[in-house]
Design a protein around this ligand. Structure first.
Ligand code: HEC
Length: 245
């Protein structure tokens, strides 16, 4: 009984919200799907130009951007466009320096209180693992980023909160981060809100699980191996039992 209830609890909890999150298509989620490199690169552009103003990615080192198809020089140049707090130096003082490939994407705020003070009392969470931390993470984040609308008549909301269809309770401290044409994609793709949301969620899915493709390749190899082994066992079994009636 307890086992049944305990297993059911998270499902009941997830179902309690009456907000329906629309499903999107994520090609990398398919059995043999891989990340679309161009979408990852566009997502990085959105993250850098928009989200990085408020969110960090503390588990993602710049050097891992080689996965996205960037070479060493490009990564060095990209890393150096971030300011990293470092130290203490020989005099015991903290100092700032340009980012290096080994650094991770920094948190834009020096501490939690500064983050809260700048955002109406709510701390923007680190986004390294966010697609995994949220229930139905990919679809939820896409819905959240595209879900800012006018509050329905009679819905009370204070001036430092924003109405979002998909945020639990509908009052979020994050102002609508995306608007049409906000970034100019270097590959010429039209920067609609939906396109930017799709790209940045793809990028954050990679950030949370950079080994996804490797895991799938191992899965496929394992299936081929199991198939060949089963066939061999079957053939040898037939041979061994051939003369036994
Ligand atoms: C102006 C600052 C700001 C920008 C820019 C910003 N965010 Fe946020 N974000 C916040 C704050 C503040 C919160 C916390 C909201 C709350 O708890 O009410 C938040 C929360 C979130 C959450 C968690 C929502 C939840 O369900 O708890 C996600 C996911 C998120 N942001 C993604 C993004 C992405 C992706 C971008 C870039 C496209 C972005 N944010 C840009 C300030 C920002």
């Amino acid at each position: 009984m307890c086992i049944f209830l305990c297993m059911k609890a998270p499902i009941l909890w997830a179902e309690k919200s009456d907000i329906k999150i629309p499903e999107q298509e994520w090609s990398f989620q398919k059995a043999t799907g891989t990340f679309d490199r161009r979408s990852l690169q566009r997502g990085l552009q959105v993250y850098k130009q928009v989200c990085a103003a408020c969110h960090g990615l503390k588990f993602v080192a710049f050097r891992t951007l080689s996965d996205l198809g960037y070479n060493e020089d490009e990564i060095k140049a990209f890393a150096s466009s971030f300011i990293i707090a470092d130290g203490p130096d020989q005099d015991g003082k903290m100092f700032e320096r340009p980012g290096l490939p080994r650094d991770a994407f920094p948190n834009p705020y020096p501490n939690v209180n500064a983050a809260k003070a700048s955002n109406g009392g709510a701390e923007p969470p680190d986004l390294s693992l966010i697609t995994k931390a949220k229930v139905n993470g990919l679809n939820y984040m896409y819905a959240l980023l595209t879900g800012y609308t006018k509050a329905p008549k009679g819905f009370e909301i204070s001036s430092n909160l924003y109405y979002n269809q998909y945020f639990p309770g509908h009052k979020i401290a994050m102002p609508q981060p995306l608007s049409k044409g906000l970034v100019t994609y270097t590959d010429g793709t039209d920067a609609t809100i939906e396109q930017m949301a799709h790209d940045v969620v793809t990028f954050l899915a990679w950030a949370a699980e950079p080994e996804l493709e490797q895991r799938k390749t191992i899965g496929v190899k394992f299936l081929i191996y199991t198939f060949i082994m089963s066939l061999l066992f079957y053939l040898s079994m037939r041979r061994i039992w051939k003369n036994v009636n």
